[in-house]
Design a protein around this ligand. Structure first.
Ligand code: NAP
Length: 423
């Protein structure tokens, strides 16, 4: 049997998982592994430290390596390292969503020019197979909607806030203690990680390049225990949702933000660090893919899966399959958040005055917003009242104008939160 010779760049959570899984595949030979700190002790039995290098260019310039597995992360130096590998005619398997979201266009162009392929199943939702299904068996479809939970850390925090009635800060601390959140959790809690994954997923689903800078993004740091409680009373749970949809006029609405999700919705049932992706397309209808969105072994499943696809294809035809050649030359027409239509949850602190509910109703009406539920949640010690409003589908810019109008009135003390709703 022919062997496929690989070099691995990165030997952390994913890299060590890939190494372990590859021990069962003698047809794949690991030639070299690049790390940052060559003196670090690696927690692997009988590990041959001679495999390690701290110079990734030793891998990408090695004529004896067919495929480079990049599981180091970041854009710098990953972009230069992979570009060098591609120019040296090496196929790439990567889990690096940030690099693909920010520099995918250039990388795929370079891969096209050099007749090599880039596979990246692990970059979106770790162990869940989603890239390959979209590119292969779903290719008869026009996908028009993605609604997904793509970040396990934030889903874990929101689950604990709902189930144990914890504050955001306490839930985050627990997530950090259990290793679900990093010491600096910004990438997860501010929605960057989900945005990178959504950019990759939307590009292949909708067949157009997605500009990451035009994806509206909001994280979960502003979600308060009160919002979770009000959502629960109204029959919802709060989730960080990655949403991509093709509008009737062909424009594309792509965004990541928290949403109140109706309890009956499948995404509301996705708990803890689990990820889930709902795809809607024609002719297939609705599909749901759920599972481990991260972790050493689940992610290694995707990386090694890509590698085996590549290995089998190279062996059979000696030519790469055209799966990962990027054919999306045009950018999508992406719309601004102000032009999107949603149902909304608005949490308001108002003076405990007669007519304040009527005032909120009038301001909403003046801004083309129909209210579907309005609820006063008791009176605070300072004689203010907490009011929660759920609207019918309205335009975001109208809602933002209504909030500004409300704040002009002395009766409205604060807009505590504005969240979008998914039924
Ligand atoms: N963790 C997951 O569950 C998961 C899931 C899906 C996708 N991903 C993606 O997979 C990639 C790796 O994630 P991870 O969690 O495995 O990261 P990690 O645990 O932090 O490991 C990163 C590895 O890269 C090495 N490294 C960093 N800079 C390097 C450089 N300049 N040259 C060579 N090696 C370098 C580090 O070396 P040292 O060991 O010497 O520090 C370390 O071994 C990221 O793109 C991430 O987004 C991760």
């Amino acid at each position: 049997m022919k062997t496929l010779k690989v070099g691995i760049i990165g030997f952390g959570t994913v890299g060590t998982g890939v190494y372990k899984v590859l021990q069962s595949f003698p047809e794949i030979k690991i030639q070299k592994i690049a790390v940052k700190n060559i003196n670090k002790k690696r927690n692997i039995e009988n590990f041959n430290y001679e495999l390690l290098t701290d110079n990734p260019y030793e891998i990408v310039n090695n004529p004896d390596i067919d495929v480079v597995i990049e599981v180091a992360g970041g854009t710098d130096p990953a972009f230069d390292i992979l570009t060098t590998a591609i120019k040296n005619k090496k196929h790439i398997v990567t889990a690096n969503k940030e690099l693909l979201a920010k520099k995918g266009s250039e990388l795929f162009q370079c891969a096209k020019e050099n007749n090599v392929i880039i596979l990246y199943e692990a970059a979106v939702a770790g162990g869940i197979p989603i890239i390959m299904p979209i590119k292969t068996i779903l290719c008869a479809n026009k996908i028009h909607k993605i609604a997904a939970i793509l970040n396990g850390t934030t889903n874990y925090i929101l689950t604990k806030m709902a189930e144990k009635e914890l504050s955001y800060e306490t839930a985050l601390k627990q997530a950090q203690e259990l290793g679900y959140a990093e010491t600096d959790p910004t990438g997860d809690v501010e929605g960057f990680d989900a945005t990178y994954k959504l950019a990759v997923l939307s590009t292949i689903s909708f067949g157009k390049k997605i500009d990451i800078n035009k994806i509206y993004r909001e994280g979960i740091t502003k979600i308060k225990a009160n919002d979770i409680k009000s959502a629960k009373e109204l029959g919802y749970t709060i989730k960080l949702i990655a949403l991509g949809q093709v509008l009737e006029n062909g424009e594309i609405d792509v965004r990541v933000h928290p949403m109140l999700v109706a309890k009956k919705h499948l995404l509301a049932k996705v708990k803890n660090a689990t990820n889930s992706i709902m795809l809607s397309g024609y002719p297939v209808g609705d599909l749901v893919f759920t599972g481990a969105g991260a972790g050493s072994e689940p992610t290694a499943s995707s990386v090694v899966g890509d590698l085996l696809v590549l290995a089998s294809d190279l062996e059979v035809t000696n030519n790469p399959i055209p799966l990962a050649i990027c054919r999306h030359d045009e950018y999508a027409e992406q719309i601004n958040i102000g032009d999107t239509y949603n149902e909304y949850y608005i949490a308001i602190t108002a003076g405990n005055h007669p007519g304040v509910i009527g005032l909120i109703g009038t301001i909403c009406g003046q801004n083309n917003i129909n209210i579907s539920t309005i609820m006063q949640k008791g009176i605070n010690e300072d004689n203010t009242a907490e009011i929660v409003v759920i609207t019918e589908k309205s335009k975001e810019s109208d809602v933002q104008n209504a909030l500004k109008d409300m704040l002009k009135s002395e009766s409205i003390k604060n807009i505590d939160n504005l969240l979008r709703v998914m039924n």
